[in-house]
Design a protein. Structure first.
Length: 385
């Protein structure tokens, strides 16, 4: 609960805002707020009331829309605990400057809230989505995003302060994660969504929004998003599925402690980047029936195949970013540090140079552990282990 920060009298005067949604509607902003029901901050909770409610108002400015909501609540809107800002695609493509300007100027709001683009639905629908795990939907999505980011490389985690830092840096562009609400999202707006199993609909994070300055210009799918996290050293732990040698089966690696280093160079007055990804991994699942991990040559073969498939996967992500003409990896920032004088010549047309940049990618992968068994489970040699 959120009761530890205030005394009883203060709580009686506050409406705690957990999330904000911004949609573009007919040249106006529709601003929605997910507010904690005051009854949920008391020991005497009413089961007949929802844990949160949503206020919504339209205006041509964010601040005016929120100011108009004052008359819709008997308590002062308190936004210091805001966890997430949801925006729809139309708002993101038009530009994040106006939505973020008021939020970042407000002394009450800390710039550590998550940024999420709602895909195929409105931001307001994301605010009214009833989740099953946490009492407050915004906290459920906030925790799910952080957890998935730490254990699944295709997912990214972006906060307002990181978005702002990318805008203020030379040679790197920002990104924001995408959210989808499932096929029956309209049925997930009611408490019935959590009163049955399976639920009518669930949410999931999908894809990465790529920006040029503050405008959304395109999407990278989950496979392509993996390249961003590896190249920017944002992977803590993840899985990677690899095809077996000379077979249609696969094995899965549990990836730990990946690290990427850039080595920018100038060749014939053109930028060239060498990027090396160092990966340690354990075998999480093995379906390669003709592989014996007791043999060093088989283990080295798996390492080589995995490294090659990593190169292919990361290169796909690089090519997608180059096709969008936006350097989300910070390659330009690496050249800025290494060749500051040359960078002043290149920075004005870096987007064009990035599209044509030669990136020499190398992956060094080492399998550390095989797990509790060596051979694929059920194989004859397994009985001798």
């Amino acid at each position: 609960m959120l009761t530890g920060c205030w005394n009883r009298n203060e709580l009686n005067e506050l409406s705690i805002v957990l999330a904000m949604g911004i949609d573009k509607k007919d040249e106006l902003y529709e601003v929605s707020l997910q507010v904690v029901n005051p009854n949920q901050m008391s020991r005497k909770q009413s089961s007949e009331r929802t844990p949160t409610f949503v206020l919504s108002m339209r205006s041509d400015s964010i601040s005016e829309a929120i100011r108009k909501m004052v008359g819709m609540s008997s308590r002062r809107l308190y936004m210091s605990h805001m966890q997430i800002l949801f925006v729809d695609e139309a708002t993101a493509r038009e530009g994040m400057h106006e939505p973020l300007d008021w939020l970042l100027r407000n002394n009450e709001i800390r710039p550590v809230f998550d940024l999420i683009i709602v895909r195929d639905h409105s931001a307001k629908e994301a605010l009214t989505f009833v989740t099953s795990t946490e009492l407050f939907p915004a906290l459920d999505m906030h925790k799910a995003l952080k957890l998935s980011y730490k254990s699944w490389a295709p997912n990214i985690y972006s906060q307002a302060k990181e978005f702002l830092e990318s805008l203020n840096k030379d040679g790197v562009e920002p990104v924001i994660t995408g959210l989808k609400l499932g096929e029956q999202a309209d049925k997930a707006q009611k408490m019935d969504n959590v009163k049955q199993s399976p639920q009518h609909a669930n949410y999931f994070f999908s894809g990465m929004g790529v920006f040029q300055e503050d405008r959304l210009v395109g999407w990278m799918n989950p496979s392509e998003s993996r390249a961003y996290n590896y190249l920017t050293n944002h992977v803590d732990n993840s899985l990677f599925k690899v095809e077996c040698p000379n077979a249609k089966e696969h094995f899965t690696l549990d990836v730990i402690r990946p690290k990427t280093k850039y080595d920018p160079k100038i060749v014939n007055d053109h930028p060239v980047l060498d990027a090396t990804v160092y990966i340690e991994a354990n075998i999480n699942e093995l379906r390669c029936k003709k592989v014996d991990l007791n043999k060093e040559e088989d283990l080295l073969k798996l390492q080589k195949i995995a490294a090659d498939q990593y190169v292919e996967a990361i290169n796909r992500g690089i090519r997608k970013a180059q096709s969008l003409g936006t350097d989300i990896f910070g390659f330009g920032e690496a050249f800025h540090r290494a060749y500051p004088a040359k960078w002043h010549v290149w920075k004005n047309d870096w987007d064009k140079r990035f599209e044509e940049l030669d990136v020499n990618l190398r992956v060094t992968l080492q399998i550390k552990r095989n797990g509790k068994i060596v051979s694929p489970y059920g194989m004859p040699q397994n009985k001798q282990e």
